[in-house]
Design a protein around this ligand. Structure first.
Ligand code: SF4
Length: 331
C-alpha cells in the first residue's frame, strides 16, 4: 500500500490517519513484518487493523546460488512461480525483479514468453521480492527485467516504484531503478511522463521485418514509433536510456545491422548493451561469436554510440532452470 492507502486503511478502522504514517515507517523503513514489532501502535489499534488487513511477507520457496555469487530466488504467486535474481558486483547488490507470472508478449528467444501469461503480480508481490530475500538490507539497485513485461502491468509496477522511491517508503533515488520494456507504447508514454527511473528498451534488431520474426510486439508497436517517442524525452541528465541487443549468430550480428542501429539511434544520448544469448531448446540460433560481438561493439563506438558487451552473470543457475535464459538479461 502507498502512504495514502495506509492512511485510508487506518481511518477505515476508526483510527487516526497518522497511524498510516506509522505503518509506513514500520513496513518500509524498519521493514518489519509482524504486528508485535510495531511498538508505537496500541494493541487495540493493531487488533482492529489485523481483522481487516493482511500483514507479512511471503518467503521464497527456493533459492539457487551461482558460483559467482548471484542468487536466484523463487516465489510462489497466484498463477505460478516467479523469480528474483540478486546480482552482486563489488559494492552493488542489484535485484532483478519479476512483474508478471509468465508473459503475453511471446518473444521467440524467451522461455518466459513460451510459458504464456498466468497473471499480473500485485505491487505487494513485487515489493515482497525486495523484502523477503537474505540481502534485503543490502540492495542498492533494481532492474525490472525478470519475468513479464513491466509496462504490461504498469499500475502495479508504478505503485511498487512509488513505494521504492517515496520518502515515506524505501526512499531510493529513481536513479537506482531501471525498467525494461519491449516498447508497449501507451504505457511507455505514461512511464516516461510519470516516472524518473531509467529505461532499457529490448531492441534486438533494427530491421522491422526481422524484429517481427522474434518479437510479435513489433506488429502492434513499431520500433520506429518507440524510438520516436523516446526522442521526445531528455536523456542527457539524470535519467538514462539504454537499448538491449541480444546477439544471435547469423541473424542480427552483421555490420548491416550495426549500421542500421547507428542510423536508428542517431542523436539519442544512450548506451547499447550487447548480450550473449543462452541457448534454449527448439530455437534455431546460437549466440554470436565473441569476435562478431566485438566488431559490432567497435562499429557502434566508432560511430558515436556508446556500446558495451554485457558480462553474463549467474549463468550456471539460470541455465539450470532455463526460465530467465535469453530474456531481457540481467544488468
Ligand atoms: Fe515477455 Fe520479456 Fe520474455 Fe519478451 S523477453 S516474452 S517481453 S518476458
Amino acid at each position: 500500500m502507498t502512504l495514502d492507502e495506509l492512511k485510508a486503511a487506518a481511518e477505515s478502522c476508526g483510527l487516526k490517519s497518522f497511524v498510516g504514517r506509522q505503518l509506513a515507517e514500520w513496513l518500509y523503513v524498519k521493514k518489519v513484518s509482524s504486528w508485535d514489532r510495531m511498538t508505537n501502535i496500541s494493541k487495540a489499534s493493531k487488533d482492529l487493523l489485523a481483522e481487516r488487513f493482511e500483514l507479512g511477507t511471503s518467503a521464497p520457496i527456493g533459492v539457487a546460488e551461482s558460483s559467482d555469487g548471484t542468487r536466484k530466488y523463487l516465489f510462489a504467486v497466484e498463477g505460478g512461480a516467479v523469480e528474483a535474481v540478486m546480482i552482486p558486483d563489488d559494492d552493488r547488490r542489484t535485484l532483478c525483479v519479476s512483474s508478471q507470472a509468465g508473459c503475453k508478449m511471446g518473444c521467440k528467444f524467451c522461455m518466459t514468453g513460451r510459458q504464456g501469461w498466468h497473471g499480473n503480480l500485485s505491487a505487494a508481490d513485487i515489493i515482497n521480492q525486495f523484502i523477503s530475500i537474505d540481502e534485503a538490507q543490502d540492495l542498492t539497485n533494481t532492474v525490472f527485467m525478470g519475468m513479464g513485461e513491466p509496462l504490461d502491468n504498469y499500475e502495479a509496477v508504478s505503485r511498487a516504484i512509488r513505494i521504492l522511491t517515496a520518502d515515506w517508503g524505501f526512499a531510493w533515488s529513481p536513479k537506482r531503478i531501471t525498467v525494461s520494456s519491449i516498447g508497449v507504447i501507451p504505457t511507455l508514454r505514461r512511464f516516461l511522463d510519470e516516472e524518473k527511473c531509467h529505461l532499457a528498451i529490448s531492441l534486438h534488431n533494427p530491421f522491422p521485418e526481422e524484429r517481427l520474426q522474434m518479437m510479435p510486439v513489433q506488429k502492434a508497436y513499431h520500433l520506429q514509433d518507440v524510438i520516436e517517442l523516446i526522442r521526445q524525452y531528455d536523456f542527457s541528465g539524470q535519467r538514462r536510456v539504454s537499448f538491449e541487443y541480444t546477439m544471435f549468430a547469423g541473424f542480427n550480428d552483421d555490420k548491416v545491422h550495426a549500421d542500421a542501429l547507428i542510423r536508428l539511434l542517431k542523436g539519442i544520448e544512450c548506451r547499447v548493451n550487447l548480450i550473449r544469448f543462452h541457448k534454449i531448446p527448439d530455437f534455431p540460433y546460437d549466440t554470436a561469436s565473441d569476435s562478431s560481438m566485438e566488431a559490432f561493439r567497435d562499429r557502434l563506438n566508432n560511430n558515436g554510440i556508446l556500446c558495451t558487451i554485457r558480462s553474463s552473470r549467474g549463468e550456471d543457475i539460470l541455465a539450470a532452470c532455463g526460465m530467465l535464459a535469453g530474456k531481457h538479461s540481467a544488468a
